[in-house]
Design a protein around this ligand. Structure first.
Ligand code: 5AD
Ligand code: SF4
Length: 427
């Protein structure tokens, strides 16, 4: 979501005549698109903001902007104004539409532009896309779920779905421009349409995009397990262009913790859902987000998470240490878990998921998969990478003229999460 917001910000800057430069020392404008999902993300940003002071002394024309989720939080804009007075503009996620005017004001040296974050407004900004052959497309904004650990509903507001017609126009336009993969974005794509008078649903949207002719891939993220319906699973199964790949954050394997997190499903519900998905989509790749160290998480709760990970067999998992976010209910819960315990659990969780990934990788060796070539793997010479339909990243030798092409790759070896292969046929 943030990468895509950055593409919108870059589009706004380009429309004002700015172009990308290769080092911050040469820049006339620096925009920090911030994240506040975990404390570490915030700490990093404050370090970068501090470094702007020196750059401004060298280049008084430099305009510095802080926007995104962090600055949307209550009190943060005031804190930035007070502690970092050399920042010219502070905007939140709700008012990116004001960025162009704010920059024009800063260019005229009308200092310190920051606004009240009251209304959420999305506009169709010209976007400067950076992820060819993939293009991100927002389908809904915000979140109504209020998981007790999560800051997102407070900084991104209530759920707002984009009209289906606008989404379809954007998708068709991107495909006509040559994009080969569309990734639909929403904090909870499965609740798409709930707020639309027309009553359209996510399954309907998948059908409409699935029907579009031509070869391309459709992915989407993120799905909340409580809202992923059989209709959606059927829609994925009905169209070859919709990838058999679902990101289904579980967060914890313990019913007690899931309840405390306000996730509104049990581990049994989750297992049933996985069963339904695998029945309709036998080759599906399922990925997840998992958190350790939620307040009150016992060793037994954590063992339930490890057990779930072993049973579901995710192709990969994003694993996080719980981070206390001010303003969320979990912030004031008792029994916050000491860092040493969190660290121990995350190490064990990563090791457990690594084993699972390795096991799946081994079964892929010797098999052929269709892969969309995405770009260079800069660690290795003449090596490109791309994804299988199920979402696994594969490395193989070829040059960059292949970017955006579908090729068939035979997997030759696997080292845990990394797959290596050879192109056997191309489009
Ligand atoms: N601490 C740690 N991880 C978090 N996430 C959301 N909030 C927090 C938090 N306070 C994780 C969840 C979510 C992913 C995007 O980030 O796992 O699915
Ligand atoms: Fe956060 Fe929960 Fe909404 Fe995901 S569903 S953005 S974890 S509140």
């Amino acid at each position: 979501m943030n990468i895509h917001d950055s593409e919108k910000i870059a589009g706004i800057l380009e429309s004002l005549g700015y172009t990308v430069c290769d080092s911050v020392e040469k820049a006339d404008i620096v925009v920090f698109n911030t994240c506040c999902i975990r404390e570490t993300a915030e700490q990093k940003i404050y370090g970068h903001i501090g470094a702007i002071k020196k750059l401004k002394q060298k280049n008084p024309r430099l305009i510095a902007v802080v926007c995104g989720c962090m600055s949307q939080q209550e009190g943060v804009a005031d804190k930035i104004k007070a502690s970092y007075p050399y920042i010219d503009i502070v905007l939140g996620t709700s008012n990116l539409n004001l960025l162009a005017d704010a920059i024009k004001m800063a260019q005229q040296k009308k200092k310190h532009y920051s606004v009240e974050f009251l209304q959420y407004r999305e506009e169709d900004f010209k976007q400067s896309r950076t992820s060819y052959p993939n293009a991100w497309v927002n389908i809904n904004y915000g979140c109504n779920n209020f998981c007790t650990y999560c800051i997102v509903p407070y900084v991104r507001g209530r759920e707002r779905s984009r009209p289906m017609e606008d989404i379809l126009t954007e998708v068709n336009h991107l495909l006509s421009e040559g994009y080969k993969e569309i990734t639909l974005l929403g904090q909870n794509v499965n609740s798409y349409g709930h707020d639309l008078e027309s009553g359209e649903s996510f399954a309907q949207l998948l059908h409409e995009i699935g029907k579009i002719e031509g070869k391309f891939r459709l992915r989407f993220m993120t799905s909340h397990p409580k809202d992923l319906s059989q209709d959606v699973i059927d829609a994925i199964a009905s169209y070859p262009n919709i990838c058999d790949n679902i990101h289904l954050p579980v967060q914890s394997g313990s019913n007690r913790v899931l309840k405390q997190m306000n996730r509104r499903y049990t581990r049994e519900n989750y297992f049933d859902l996985i069963k339904k998905i695998r029945k309709s989509l036998p080759h599906v790749g399922i990925t997840t987000d998992i958190m350790v160290g939620f307040p009150g998480e016992t060793e037994e709760d954590f063992m339930d998470t490890l057990d779930l990970v072993r049973r579901v067999k995710y192709s990969s998992a994003f694993c996080f240490v719980y981070s206390r976010r001010k303003g969320t209910p979990a912030y004031s819960m008792e029994n916050q878990i000491p860092y040493s315990v969190k660290r121990d659990r995350i190490t064990r969780l990563l090791a457990c998921q690594n084993e699972v990934t390795k096991e799946i990788s081994q079964t892929m060796v010797g098999q052929c998969y269709e892969v969309l070539v995405e770009g260079a793997n800069f660690k290795y010479q003449d090596t490109m990478c791309g994804r299988t339909e199920s979402g696994r990243l594969v490395n193989f030798k070829c040059d960059d003229s292949y970017i955006g092409k579908f090729v068939t790759v035979k997997i030759e070896r696997a080292s845990s999460a990394t797959l290596w292969g050879r192109i056997v046929t191309e489009e």
